[in-house]
Design a protein around this ligand. Structure first.
Ligand SMILES: NC(=O)c1ccc[n+]([C@@H]2O[C@H](COP(=O)([O-])OP(=O)(O)OC[C@H]3O[C@@H](n4cnc5c(N)ncnc54)[C@H](O)[C@@H]3O)[C@@H](O)[C@H]2O)c1
Ligand SMILES: [Zn+2]
Length: 361
């Protein structure tokens, strides 16, 4: 399986390198001048891979000031963890011309990216995604941020990485549950993109079995699709918002569950609800296809332990709403068909309540 590189064609383009057994030192030196850096990781990924990444970087001429580990899990995307991480980075002595390597899943990428974008007004960021979710989605596109108790990702920024390098071998230690969570975003993009990508969603089972070719194909489809969307609308003034398919309700479920619900799991249920709303608005019934794919990915179509009223309340605070939306109106990305997403579809409180009711146990 050859290593593949996709360029994200924004103002300062950056490469996304995807392959198994990457020569990380070489890949990094192809793009960046070696210098002082720090490795930002979490308490699960750090012990598995940080030492090897450090060695690869040092062989490539980098000076590693230190390895900064955060507790693994969504609770690290908090103001407290952010303040703590910035302080530790300062104590490690990372300088303004330094580079931060974010080695981990979406949590490490989102918090690490926000740290890189704000520490000393910004140091270079390299994304080394180790979860499937991070490879197919969060490591590309430049969105970084943290959560507040009031809502998901309410603090954040756009921080372009200089390079994204995904070694598929890292997925060898990813728990099955997290493979499933990553597949949720893959299914999302397959529905949005349609065409070959949607057809290739039948690789989901092989991907769950750890088949590297299947994984690489799905990751590359996602990266290419996301690169195309981000190139058109990097700062989400318009079309990029389609990537929030399934997320209006998904994010609300996460907040209502106090972030004790995995992002991918919440998004899967959110897509089932969005498919039901899509059927009402556009008449096309994609609900069964959604349920089948979500089941194939090993994800539940319904979630438990979330109070519907809390989810509705959290949806009212969703940052995708705009100030001119009335109190009872939500804006959704819905599907008129596979490959044909429509954004900003107004959805009433009543419709939203019904759709949420359908996916809660
Ligand atoms: N910025 C974006 O554009 C964007 C897009 C989608 C999702 N997100 C965010 O990403 C987060 C979810 O990402 P995630 O699902 O990767 O969560 P995560 O970072 O919490 O990773 C999931 C779990 O897998 C572990 N893990 C990661 N890689 C591993 C590996 N190779 N081997 C063993 N364990 C490993 C982590 O330690 C963690 O326990 C959410 O906060 C979500 O909001 C951001
Ligand atoms: Zn997501």
């Amino acid at each position: 399986m050859p290593v593949e590189t996709v360029e994200v064609p924004v103002a300062h383009p950056y490469p996304v390198v995807v392959g198994a057994g990457l020569d990380l030192g070489g890949v990094v030196s192809d793009t960046l001048q070696p210098g002082l850096c720090a490795i930002f990781t979490d308490s699960t990924v750090g012990p598995l891979y940080a030492a090897r990444v450090r060695e690869a970087l040092e062989r490539g001429g980098w000076r590693v000031a230190g390895i900064l580990e955060i507790p693994s899990g969504e609770s690290s995307k908090s103001m407290e963890a952010y303040a703590d991480a910035i302080g530790r980075l300062a104590r490690l002595g990372l300088t303004r011309d330094g580079t931060l390597f974010a080695l981990g899943g979406g949590v490490v990428g989102d918090l690490g990216g926000f740290v890189a974008g704000t520490y000393m007004r910004g140091v270079d960021l390299v994304m080394l995604p180790t979860s499937l979710l991070a490879m197919v989605d969060s490591a590309v596109g430049g969105k970084v941020g943290i959560d507040l108790p009031e809502g998901k990702n309410l603090v954040g920024a756009f921080v372009r990485p200089r390079l994204v390098a995904a070694d598929l071998d890292w997925l060898g230690t990813l728990p099955d549950r997290e493979v499933s969570n990553g597949l949720a975003e893959t299914i999302k993009m397959g529905f949005l993109s349609g065409g070959d990508y949607f057809e290739d969603l039948d690789l989901i089972e092989a991907a769950r079995d750890g088949d590297l070719d299947a994984l690489q194909r799905l990751v590359l489809h996602s990266v290419r699709f996301k690169a195309r969307i981000v190139a058109e609308d990097e700062l989400e003034g318009g079309q990029r918002a389609i990537l929030n398919y399934g997320h209006t309700i998904g994010h609300a479920l996460e907040a209502a569950a106090n972030y004790n619900l995995a992002h991918g799991t919440a998004v899967a249920a959110g897509m089932v609800a969005a498919a039901s709303l899509s059927r009402e608005h556009f008449g096309t019934d994609l609900t069964a296809v959604h349920r089948d794919l979500i089941e194939a990915a090993g994800l539940p179509p319904r979630v438990s332990g979330v109070a519907p009223e809390r989810a509705l309340q959290a949806m009212g605070r969703d940052k995708k709403r705009s100030a001119t939306d009335g109190a009872a109106r939500h804006r959704f990305v819905l599907l008129r068909d596979v490959g044909d997403p429509i954004r900003d579809v107004p959805v009433s409180e009543e419709e939203a309540r019904r759709a949420i009711g359908e996916i809660l146990e």
